[in-house]
Design a protein around this ligand. Structure first.
Ligand SMILES: NC(=O)c1ccc[n+]([C@@H]2O[C@H](COP(=O)([O-])OP(=O)(O)OC[C@H]3O[C@@H](n4cnc5c(N)ncnc54)[C@H](OP(=O)(O)O)[C@@H]3O)[C@@H](O)[C@H]2O)c1
Length: 302
């Protein structure tokens, strides 16, 4: 039995669909099973309630599990809300530490962790939190694989789809950051799902850390342009420099729901690369080209 923590989320959804396609026996860890009941129309999914921030909730949820896939992420990431415990430190780092302890206590043998490109002991606090989570997994004694995607896109993502949503009703799309020059290596969510499922079965993935970007490196502005082309929309790209966004965010962070924070602007405007060569060669995976991945769900609209 495989337990997918974060299986109701965007990346987790890709993983769940791939596990179902492969006929795997799996359950999804969620904080609210009733709310998640309709998450996967047409799939019969077993939900187990638990919260990675509450170790006492995990023992029952993890009973009988052989392998854990950890891809939980705090709500509204990357906009942290410390008052609610919605932070990289609490959910990524401490949550993973809790889940690793629970997995070992339950007799699980394997852990696949969805980290992120750039995870490191130094640097921005989100990279340090991811690193702490990675270390918990690496030092667990379980057979592990760590995957580091840079920027995942797909029908349910909350990044590229935000630009596309803006383009639906306005003649321009804002390009946040250094005029869209930050370099990205977007990876299709189905590829992350396939890679994660493959890691469970393929001995070549045992105790490995893999970057998993897409096959091409693009400036952010070219990613947005390509998505607009695939969607059949001609729009102006309007620069929204980082200092303007930060000034805006320094006010918005005090509004209800914290729509934007200066931290989140840093997160959004970072480049994100992840060379898929090693994982492709070792696991026999072929990453989907950006235009092809986008074309699977972006209908030409207007
Ligand atoms: N999206 C990207 O572009 C990207 C890029 C690089 C790395 N990643 C990594 O991929 C993973 C998944 O990201 P995502 O974008 O798919 O996130 P997401 O859509 O926000 O989903 C995260 C899921 O985590 C669950 N969750 C939240 N708090 C929890 C808690 N305290 N206990 C248990 N479950 C909890 C939620 O499930 P319930 O609400 O059902 O509890 C939610 O469905 C993360 O580790 C992220 O760092 C993502």
């Amino acid at each position: 039995m495989i337990l997918v923590a974060g299986g109701t989320g965007f990346v987790g959804g890709g993983i769940v669909r791939e596990l179902a396609l492969r006929g795997k026996q799996f359950a999804v860890l969620t904080r609210n099973a009733a709310r998640s009941a309709d998450r996967f129309p047409g799939l019969v999914v077993q939900y187990r309630e638990g919260d990675v921030c509450d170790p006492s909730s995990l023992a029952t949820a993890i009973a009988g599990v052989d392998a854990v896939i950890g891809c939980q992420q705090f709500p509204n990431s990357p906009i942290e809300n410390p008052k609610k415990g919605h932070t990289f430190d609490e959910v990524d780092a401490r949550g993973t530490e809790n889940l690793v302890i629970a997995a070992k206590a339950a007799g699980a043998k394997q852990y696949v962790y969805l980290s992120a490109a750039g995870a490191a002991p130094e640097g921005y606090h989100w990279f340090r939190a991811k690193w702490r989570a990675e270390q918990a997994v690496r030092n667990s004694g379980l057979t592990y694989t760590i995957l580091r995607p840079p920027w995942v896109y797909g029908p349910e993502d909350r990044a590229l789809n935000r630009f596309l949503a803006m383009s639906r009703f306005q003649p321009f799309v804002p390009l946040i950051g250094a005029v869209g020059k930050q370099m990205m290596q977007p990876v299709f969510v189905d590829d992350v799902g396939r890679a994660t499922a493959e890691c469970l079965d393929n001995p070549a993935a045992a105790n490995q850390t893999f970057e998993i970007g897409g096959p091409g490196v693009f400036a952010m502005s070219d990613v947005v342009k390509t998505a607009l082309q695939v969607a059949g929309r001609r729009r102006l790209l309007l620069p929204a420099p980082t200092f303007v966004m930060k000034a805006l965010a320094s006010v918005l962070q005090f509004m209800p729901g914290r729509p934007l924070t200066p931290d989140a602007v840093d997160f959004i405007t970072m480049g994100a690369l992840g060379d898929p060569t090693e994982i492709s060669e070792k696991l026999g995976l072929t990453p989907t080209p950006l235009r092809e991945g986008l074309a699977t769900y972006l209908a030409k609209s207007d």
